[in-house]
Design a protein around this ligand. Structure first.
Ligand code: NMX
Ligand code: MLT
Length: 391
């Protein structure tokens, strides 16, 4: 007899499928008390590794040998150039359109030119090209100049920072941004099978949409402020908090501000999680890096103060399942301090990383699940009731 995983009751309805097992994830797992693991490796231990080697790990479930690593980097570098046909379409997009909408457009347009219909082949192409496209979005939307070509001699994130070509950035600032982007990239690659964007991507692929269509759908899921866009909202929130306390950032002023905010039924960004019940190790990793990169920065100081005072306050409300910092608490402050000052771009940077995990999970679901038959088309059941859940 098959193992019973859980008994479903009506209490499970309209809970966003919280805790309901759906399938297998072969890339990563999220333990409520220990946080994120990529193929059994705690994410904190991976944060200093080369992003290319971590991508290889997610794809192959083991680290590459030195030789395999060289071959893999060469393969990515050889695929990194994006045609002017795709980049040319960016110039015609409305500047007022949010960068995330530019990102969605780019994924869809790239798919028109690059899709082969083979999920593995398209995953490698997408992973190789995504930094090129994201850098071009920055440059064209911000009038920084023409897109910069990838340099095949540079590493994955080194190349991204090179292609960004942030104006008036000196060597030291460029090195700091590169250090941050390497860690930011790795910690955002994947987060188990059931986060919203990943689930949407896999659901779309279950109808046999191609990889680019599936990833475009996934990134629509990431665009919401409770999911990926929380990193943008969180920096805005941090800056609002600094303004509200008149620059007097200390535990007392911040405590009273947070109580006020909760009384006004406003969210406290950067806190809470659907699965985690401890501080997100990705937040810990980014805060540790912040101590090295921007310890004196006012936004970072506010982040560290919030990190100290908010959990105790949120714990007073029994309906909040997790009062601890999540990944978005610190990332915006670090990006801002490293020269990427417009928070509207932060979700695109999250997306640039997350497409890696989603695409690799799609390969499993389409090619390996159910002994190679792939998962069937997603089709859960909804109970008909004209009044919905209203009693
Ligand atoms: N501030 C205020 N209220 C909160 C918070 C928070 N940080 N976290 C949860 N709540 C509320 C939540 O809105 C819900 O209210 P209601 O019943 O009225 O809908 C209630 O507490 C129970 O929510 P939970 O079961 O604790 O959380 P859930 O799993 O539904 O949602 C989040 C998880 C992450 C969406 C939620 O904690 C949140 O909105 N956090 C603030 C936004 C944020 O930082 N998002 C980034 C998420 C990134 N990430 O998950 O890594
Ligand atoms: C993520 O990284 O996707 C977020 O932490 C949200 C989640 O896991 O539900």
């Amino acid at each position: 007899m098959s193992e019973v995983l859980m008994e479903l009751t009506k209490d499970h309805l309209e809970t966003g499928l919280r805790g309901v097992p759906v399938g297998y994830c072969t890339t990563s797992k999220v333990d409520p008390m220990k946080g994120l693991f990529y193929v059994e490796q705690p994410v904190m231990d991976l944060a200093q590794r080369d992003p290319e080697d971590v991508i290889y790990l997610l794809l192959n479930k083991r680290f590459p040998t030195a030789e395999e690593s060289v071959v893999f980097r060469k393969d990515l570098a050889s695929r990194a150039k994006v045609t002017t046909r795709v980049l040319g379409t960016l110039g015609s997009l409305p500047r007022r359109g949010h960068p995330m909408k530019w990102f969605l457009h780019s994924l869809n347009t790239m798919g028109m030119m690059a899709s082969t219909g083979d999920y593995l082949e398209d995953t490698l192409t997408l992973i190789a090209r995504i930094p090129t496209v994201v850098a071009a979005i920055f440059r064209i939307r911000e009038d920084w100049g023409e897109p910069i070509d990838p340099d095949p001699e540079l590493g994955y994130m080194e190349n991204f920072v090179h292609m960004l070509g942030v104006p008036e950035q000196n060597e030291k600032q460029q090195a700091a941004l590169t250090q941050l982007m390497r860690v930011f990239n790795v910690v955002h690659f994947d987060h188990g099978g059931g986060n919203l964007s990943t689930f949407v991507g896999k659901a779309t692929a279950s109808g046999k949409a191609d990889l680019f269509e599936s990833i475009t759908a996934a990134m629509c899921g990431l665009a919401g402020p409770l999911h990926g866009k929380a990193n943008q909202e969180c920096l805005k929130f941090v800056q609002e908090c600094i303004h509200a306390v008149g620059g007097e950032v200390n535990e007392e002023t911040v405590k009273s501000l947070i109580r006020q905010r909760l009384a006004n039924k406003q969210l406290v960004y950067g806190f809470g999680h659907a699965v985690l019940r401890v501080e997100d190790p990705r937040a810990t990793t980014l805060c540790d890096l912040g101590e090295k990169l921007c310890a004196d920065d006012i936004n970072f100081h506010m982040v560290q103060t919030l990190r100290k005072v908010v959990p105790e306050i949120l714990s007073e409300n029994p309906k909040i399942s997790n009062p601890y910092p999540n990944v978005d608490l610190a990332s915006g402050a670090l990006l801002h301090a490293s020269g990427l000052t417009d928070p509207d771009y932060y979700t695109v940077l999250f997306g640039m990383s997350r497409v890696v995990g989603i695409a690799i999970q799609i390969i499993y679901e389409r090619h390996q699940a159910r002994n190679g038959r792939g998962t069937p088309i997603i089709r859960p059941k909804y109970l008909y009731n004209e009044k919905g859940s209203a009693k």
